[in-house]
Design a protein around this ligand. Sequence first.
Ligand SMILES: [Zn+2]
Length: 96
Amino acid sequence: MYPKPNSSPRRIKTSIMKTIRCERCDEVLNPDRVVTLELSNTDGKYYLVLPIDHVSQGGFDFGKACSLSQLKEDHPWMKGSKFMTSMVKNSIKKKL
Ligand SMILES: [Zn+2]
């Protein structure tokens, strides 16, 4: 698994056009459509925004659908939450 804790910016110095693959289904992703979820070392769950008291294991890239599936799995109370869907959409938009 990567990245190691405390490794600063994730995709450093390797080729800029590095292929990004979905952490969940291994599909090759369009860099503009990637959703980055942060993995918590504290509870082993993925978050769009890591809770303040959690230790981050780093960011992982997901396709949009997979990021939603992952979030629903890790946070069942979010199921069907429009809030979460719009959070994911916004996180994509910010990169465009
Ligand atoms: Zn995927």
